[in-house]
Design a binder for this molecule. Structure first.
Ligand code: CA
Length: 227
């Protein structure tokens, strides 16, 4: 079985070039000109790696990567038109495995694909590994942290629960709002920051030397993975 590569690129000439290069190297490929269908395809097909353009017509590649990471650790190589569009750190914090800037040589891309596949895929842990210092009691809407029950507001509970279920996953403020808020559009970004600040204080009151929430400047927040 050849590895199956999903190419998500809205410019046909570039998509064709990538497809030709990868098929020449013995990969099976499928091309998509928009991002949102990727989530459905991942549910029904075995995809070994995604080559993901950042500038897509329906959703940014970065936002899509965050979505994909909620359901799959499939390796992702970003394509970007400008090196400044996303720096290496941001791309990888978001859950991408590598990136390549346009214009690129098809041969170089194929080499990157092989390297990422050889490395064994995603650098992020699968969502199935929960953060162990936390325990969620859904029926009581209660979270304990190192065996200490936390007194959390409605949104603090929701935010922390999202983090615990996906440790290491970086959430943008917008994404957190969409997941945790009943009416996201009525809230402001700063509200997320305020809740995070309160959460940090509450966690710190249990373990003063531990700050499990990580700030990703200009990107968002994640919960530290326990190694
Ligand atoms: Ca594009």
């Amino acid at each position: 079985m050849n590895p199956k590569i999903l190419i998500v690129e809205d410019e046909p000439a570039i998509a064709d070039t990538i497809q030709y290069a990868l098929e020449t190297e013995g990969f099976d490929t499928q091309c998509l000109a928009a991002g949102r269908p990727v989530l459905e395809i991942l549910e029904s097909a075995a995809i070994d790696l995604i080559v993901l353009d950042i500038g897509l017509p329906d959703i940014s590649g970065i936002e899509l990567c965050l979505e994909i990471r909620k359901q799959s650790p499939v390796p992702i190589i970003f394509l970007t038109a400008r090196a400044a569009e996303v720096d290496r750190v941001v791309g990888l914090e978001i859950g991408g495995d590598d990136y390549i800037t346009k214009p690129f040589s098809p041969r170089e891309l194929a080499a990157r694909v092989r390297a990422v596949l050889r490395r064994g895929g995603a650098t992020t842990a699968p969502a199935a590994a929960p953060a162990t210092e936390f325990v969620i009691d859904e029926s009581r809407r209660q979270i304990t942290y190192f065996d200490t029950p936390l007194e959390l507001s409605h949104y603090e509970y929701r935010i922390l629960r999202i983090f615990i279920q996906h440790p290491g996953h970086v959430y943008s403020r917008e994404r957190l709002m969409n997941l945790a808020w009943d009416e996201p559009e009525s809230s402001m970004d700063r509200t997320v920051d305020a809740h995070i600040k309160n959460l940090r204080a509450k966690l710190k009151s249990v373990r003063p030397d531990n700050d499990p929430i990580v700030t990703h400047r200009g990107v968002g927040y994640s919960l530290k993975e326990v190694i």
